[in-house]
Design a protein around this ligand. Structure first.
Ligand code: ATP
Ligand code: MG
Length: 377
């Protein structure tokens, strides 16, 4: 059922991704109710209605059910049961069953394997008993908690069985995945929008560099050959199809030599798609609105080459808290500054990002030049 502009939409989660959804929805005339327990959440602050409650709060879910025509999410850790509950009364994209799979690394990896999609070697540690049969060929590896990890949190590099035992204990013996550490030549991601009719549009592939498990830079379009580009697009489309996915979804890939592995799937827009706000005809957030209200998809093509650089709380803390030198940054006329309205800078906290737009493809020298500007502010 199409939802026409001026109606109320629901957003579960109030982070920066939700904030951009609100902005895109407002641009098109919709109103948005945001559910997020944080009274200062970036999306809650600019929403029409902010429900400051837990994601499984029945009363809050009932407000959404009774006032919104469609609801989506910006956060994979929303209880799938909340999505399920809402879907009995209103349009929910993506569906609960898709979110349930991708919000848990064990279910996510098992789904990929069952569907013969390329995933790096892994071993499931869902109990202390599973610690006895760890395959030694997974070392050096990374132990990751199955749920609630983000930005490299809930992850530990491990070199042997003793390390795994210690990390598993440190994580409170919660279910984990042990992954083999893959030699990464490149990391890329695909942001895809899939409509209720199964039509798919993809943004130009993003090429990502992580520092300490947190996204640092994205160059788009990615500097990969056409075959790799085709492969990652095809894989993302198959994943969306198999999940019966409607909405915006991101798939992160590892490229190692001639091999491509799926790293993870995000049931929402993605930090690596922030460049689409300034560099594409329709951003990932506009696509999220369009898929949610069941209107035709926008055109995801880029009109500029782009470099996106994240701004973490670190830029405010050097080591004492100070206001970054915005003037030096804004003196770059082709650079777009984005801040998410977060009051408190903390090390590693995503406070904003900057996007450099260029007629020419982005070179390594340009990336270095703008990283230097970021370091100097
Ligand atoms: P986010 O939600 O921000 O994407 P996350 O906490 O879910 O992060 P991952 O995507 O699992 O974390 O890992 C973060 C980064 O750590 C990856 O993008 C990659 O750079 C590195 N990494 C993770 N797993 C592996 C692996 N098996 N081999 C090599 N590098 C890895
Ligand atoms: Mg990731």
């Amino acid at each position: 059922m199409k939802v026409v502009p001026s109606k109320m939409l629901g957003m579960l989660g109030g982070g920066q991704l939700g904030r951009y959804f609100v902005l895109a929805a407002h641009k098109m005339g919709y109103k948005v109710t945001v559910l997020d327990p944080d009274p200062k959440s970036p999306a809650g602050r600019i929403s029409d209605i902010h429900l400051c409650s837990a994601y499984d709060d029945k009363e809050a879910l009932d407000v959404i059910k009774n006032s919104c025509l469609a609801v989506t999410t910006e956060f994979e850790n929303i209880p799938a049961d909340s999505l399920e509950y809402l879907s009995q009364s209103i349009q929910v994209h993506p569906r609960a069953s898709a979110v349930r799979i991708v919000q848990n690394r064990i279910r996510e990896k098992s789904f990929l394997k069952e569907n013969a999609l390329p995933v790096g070697p892994f071993y499931i540690i869902d109990s202390a008993e599973a610690l006895v049969n760890i395959p030694l060929n997974l070392f050096p590896g990374i132990l990751k908690i199955a749920e609630f990890g983000y930005d490299g949190k809930g992850q530990k590099r491990v070199n042997n069985i003793e390390d795994v035992n210690a990390a598993f204990e440190e994580f409170g013996e919660r279910p984990c995945i042990l992954e083999k550490q893959i030699r990464l030549d490149r990391e890329v991601s695909v942001i895809l929008a899939r409509s209720i009719d199964g039509l798919v549009e993809v943004h130009p592939v993003a090429e990502n560099v992580h520092v300490n498990g947190i996204l640092d830079t994205t160059v788009a379009p990615a500097r990969i050959d056409q075959l790799v580009e085709k492969n990652v697009y095809d894989l993302a489309k198959i994943i969306a199809l198999k999940l019966g996915y409607v909405g915006v979804m991101a798939v992160e890939f590892f490229i190692s030599g001639k091999e491509i592995f799926v790293n993870e799937i995000a049931p929402r827009p993605h930090n690596s798609g922030h460049y689409t706000i300034d560099a594409c005809i329709s951003s990932q957030f506009e696509q999220q609105v369009r898929t949610l209200v069941e209107m035709p998809l926008g055109n995801p093509s880029a009109h500029s080459n782009a470099l996106m650089i994240n701004l973490l709380g670190d830029s405010w803390i050097k080591p004492e808290v100070h206001e970054p030198n915005w003037e030096s940054l804004l003196s770059q006329g082709q650079l777009k500054l984005h801040l998410y309205g977060k009051d408190e800078p903390r090390m590693g906290r995503k406070m904003g990002h900057m996007t450099f737009l260029s007629v020419d493809p982005v070179s390594d020298e340009v990336v270095e030049e703008f990283l230097e500007i970021k370091r100097s502010i």
